[in-house]
Design a protein. Structure first.
Ligand code: NIG
Ligand code: FE
Length: 412
């Protein structure tokens, strides 16, 4: 099936040859073609160029998008969209003056979600999560990483990972699964942290690997959660089971998690709200992607990742939603891109690079996703008629998406 799209006002993120990521000053460059055509063959991008160079072609389907901009779908490399219920009461508690940490210390937070998750049936969790996935697909997300981490028991973690697997089987969107058993210590292990780590390593990991339920391993490396030493032990075990690390670090404190991630060749280190100069220095000369989560900073009123300093130092940055019930109950990548521009002072070009090709890198799929390149997946956002792509961050509350293509099929 050949689809020809004509009269594209501007085609964004066009890369003639496949690249894996963009770093530092390169992030300011977003290659585009004005007045473009695009040809899709089945689920792949087959050809593109300017309208003057449109070849003679017999298409099954011709779509004229005069006035509209096309870009690759967002690659959201950090989410927790499989969860049960919500934490709206904690949201109101925070408005009334409690901090995220105070709520967590009284048994709320991650442990609150873990209780709900363990009480819910797998089918209920699937149904709730599927609605979130469908919502983000309509918001232009074409690839997503989803973490476990609200089970904190072998049954709960496996239940979450099975739900992720079922979502991947039932939806056309690319999904990567991450095992985050080390998200928090369950209450009954509060005085026996080594016991929980042992359960992760000797019980959860073998079962997950045997059933091929995860691609990556994650740990919440943070004061009051998993220390750097514990993080290293769990990363090492994960790697032995074939899971590359992608870890939560520097959300509230800089305790050495970045250096640990780099040491174990983590694909990404995520959050990075609190960055010391040495953290930025360590990331230079590594292949580890720095992932910023501005919706989390917005929702919790914590600092934003210092993107300008990091880009100036030559680092790549990816943007993701962190969609979860506690710190970012939104999976809207358009809002993430806008917030990165408004609050982190990233330019629209940098933010779009960060949310497409660099997001793809942070989930190991930049060979197939994240840019308009021949042979890559036909995953496209078609905007409504807009004056320029600056509108995407500028009109931050508006939905500017008219259509989304995933694997060459238009979403209905
Ligand atoms: O990425 N920081 C750790 N984990 C999640 C939040 C978890 C929660 O509050 O449920 C995050 O922000
Ligand atoms: Fe997270």
């Amino acid at each position: 099936m050949i689809t020809l799209i004509t009269n594209i006002k501007e085609l964004l993120q066009v890369r003639e040859t496949s690249i894996s990521k963009v770093s530092g000053a390169e992030m300011a460059i977003l290659p585009t073609i004005k007045n473009a055509f695009l040809i899709l063959k089945d689920n792949l991008i087959a050809n593109f160029g300017t309208m003057e160079n449109l070849p003679e072609i017999k298409a099954d389907n011709v779509i004229d998008v005069t006035g509209r901009i096309i870009l690759p779908t967002w690659c959201d490399s950090h989410t927790h969209i499989v969860y049960a219920g919500n934490r709206e009461q904690e949201f109101v508690d925070r408005i009334n003056g409690f901090t995220y940490e105070e709520i967590a210390n009284r048994g709320g937070g991650i442990l609150n979600s873990a209780k709900k998750l363990n009480e819910a049936l797998e089918e209920e969790i699937y149904d709730q999560s599927r609605l979130r996935l469908e919502e983000v697909m309509h918001l232009g997300t074409g690839a997503v990483e989803i973490k476990s981490g609200y089970g904190l028991t072998i049954e709960g973690e496996l239940k979450m990972l099975r739900v992720i697997k079922k979502l991947a089987e039932n939806y056309p969107i690319a999904i990567k699964a991450t095992f985050l058993g080390a998200h928090a210590f369950p209450i009954h292990y509060k005085e026996n942290k080594a016991g929980y780590i042992d359960e992760i390593i000797t019980q959860m990991l073998p079962e997950i690997a045997k059933n091929k339920l995860a691609d990556y391993i994650d740990i919440f490396c943070e004061a009051g959660y998993f220390s750097v030493e514990e993080t290293e032990i769990i990363m090492e075990a994960g790697i032995q089971f074939g899971l590359k690390p992608k870890i939560h670090v520097n959300q509230f404190n800089s305790i050495g998690g970045i250096q640990a991630g780099i040491k174990y060749k983590a694909l990404s280190v995520d959050h990075l709200e609190i960055m010391r100069p040495e953290d930025i220095q360590s990331l230079k000369d590594s292949e580890t992607m720095a992932v910023a989560l501005p919706s989390c900073s917005y929702f919790l009123s914590i600092p934003y990742t210092p993107a300008r300093e990091m880009i100036k130092a030559g680092l790549p940055i990816a943007l993701a939603t962190d969609f979860n019930p506690g710190s970012s109950p939104s999976g809207n990548m358009n809002f993430v891109v806008a917030t990165a521009c408004i609050k982190m002072k990233m330019t629209p070009e940098e933010a779009i690079n960060a949310a497409t090709i660099n997001g793809a890198y942070a989930m190991g799929i930049s060979e197939t996703h994240g840019s308009i390149t021949k042979g890559k997946r036909a995953n496209l956002i078609i905007t409504k008629p807009i004056s320029s792509y600056y509108q995407i961050p500028y009109a931050f509350g508006s939905n500017l998406i008219e259509n989304v293509f995933i694997e060459g099929q238009i979403l209905t």
